[in-house]
Design a protein around this ligand. Structure first.
Ligand code: KG4
Ligand code: ZN
Length: 367
């Protein structure tokens, strides 16, 4: 089936077209509790994938400005759609083979979500005229991140998807930090989440304290390479607590106080502070993920979301996973950041389950 997906939940406008088919597995379906055709690893092809980043627009403000983001989405969507069709194809020729239109309905910035939804609905009206069997579906952005591991190279080694599970999945983005236990692709439960700032948000806020541009994560990662992660012993919030929740706002405050109290010292070094902060975040994320993997005898650790683009976090998780006889799967770097391919995948999973969702923007939309 061909799925066209639209993602506008925050500051990336993204459109993608994928073709996907799930070969039905010959056994184990009932055991997995998976409906056909999801039991087997989906065979997917990314036909088109465009992302228009708004970083330059929001950078002077140190974060995403919702009204500007909405304006950019309105401008970018028709532009990206034209690119998707390409120069040599008529719109109707392009649209006829589309079986499903997927659009992110939350969580995210509501004015931004609505631009994507309106655009998707308009497109669906046209597609339906050409292909009356086509459908439209609203998709949870977090499910997009969750299923982005299906885009990894590692997953190609698996003949049956059930061999990935049980898995512990860590979603670390600008708005969320969630740890899940996955029994299979569609059955999972939340083990814990952040009680205040998300991991990515703490990277962004600490970057601002260090006068580094938005978004802070990649900047902190870059400067940390020149720093000593042992220079400052920042707290590792909740690391020893017997739960799977996180808290990052105290860590950000610790960086603030450290900078305030040491600003006159000549020895103060931005790279050391960034590296020490980054290490504190990595230590907490890794400790809790590994603890969950051990407790629930996970076969696999999955990580996704913008912060999962952090190479040191990926390497640390991978190393610790190996020590504990777990496989480690993360999407290719570019698919950690918001994109529409992951939303198309989440739509595929939802459509296989025949999930019905109302297509309206939900700023807060739990997994
Ligand atoms: O998943 P994402 O693109 O958008 C949300 O759904 O929030 O994540 C964006 C977040 C930002 O907070 C950004 O600073 C962080 O991911 N990020 C990183 C890195 N690249 C992006 N954090 C740490 N290290 C990185 N390399
Ligand atoms: Zn995201």
């Amino acid at each position: 089936m061909k799925i066209l997906a639209i993602e506008t939940s925050c500051d990336e406008t993204a459109i993608a077209l994928i073709s996907v088919c799930g070969k039905s597995a010959s056994d184990g379906r009932a055991k997995d509790g998976l409906g056909s055709p999801i039991n087997a690893r989906p065979q997917l092809k990314i036909l088109k994938n465009f992302v228009a980043s708004q970083i330059k627009i929001h950078r002077p403000f140190g974060g995403v400005v919702p009204t500007l983001a909405k304006r950019e989405h309105l401008k970018n969507l028709p532009f990206l759609f034209k690119k998707l069709i390409g120069k040599n194809s008529a719109e109707s020729n392009f649209l006829w083979p589309i079986d499903l239109i997927a659009v992110t309905t939350g969580p995210g910035l509501e004015p931004c979500l609505w631009t994507g939804i309106e655009f998707a609905k308009e497109l669906y009206r046209k597609v339906k005229k050409i292909n009356p069997k086509s459908k439209i579906i609203g998709v949870n952005h977090l499910k997009g991140h969750l299923y982005s591991f299906l885009l990894s190279k590692e997953i190609l080694k698996y003949k049956k998807l059930k061999d990935v599970f049980p898995a512990v999945a860590l979603i670390v983005s600008g708005g969320h930090t969630i740890l899940l236990l996955m029994k299979n692709l569609t059955e999972y439960r939340k083990l814990g989440e952040t009680r205040d700032d998300a991991a990515g948000e703490s990277f962004d806020k600490v970057a601002r304290l260090l006068n580094l541009p938005y978004p802070g994560g990649p900047e902190i990662e870059k400067i940390s390479k020149k720093g000593n992660e042992k220079a400052v012993n920042f707290p590792r919030p909740m690391i020893n607590q017997k739960n799977y929740d996180f808290s990052f706002s105290g860590l950000k405050t610790a960086v603030f106080y450290y900078l305030r109290d040491n600003q006159k010292k000549e020895t103060i070094n931005k790279a050391d502070i960034a590296a020490s902060f980054q290490q504190a975040v990595i230590d907490v994320l890794t400790a809790k993920t590994i603890k969950a993997a051990k407790e629930f005898k996970a076969k696999t650790i999955l990580v996704s979301g913008g912060v999962a683009a952090n190479k040191k976090l990926r390497l640390t998780l991978k190393k610790e996973a190996k020590k504990n006889n777990c496989a480690f799967i993360a999407p290719p770097l570019k698919f950690n950041m918001d994109n529409a391919v992951m939303m198309a995948l989440a739509a595929y999973v939802a459509s296989s389950k025949k999930e019905k969702t109302k297509i309206s923007a939900k700023g807060d939309f739990p997994l």
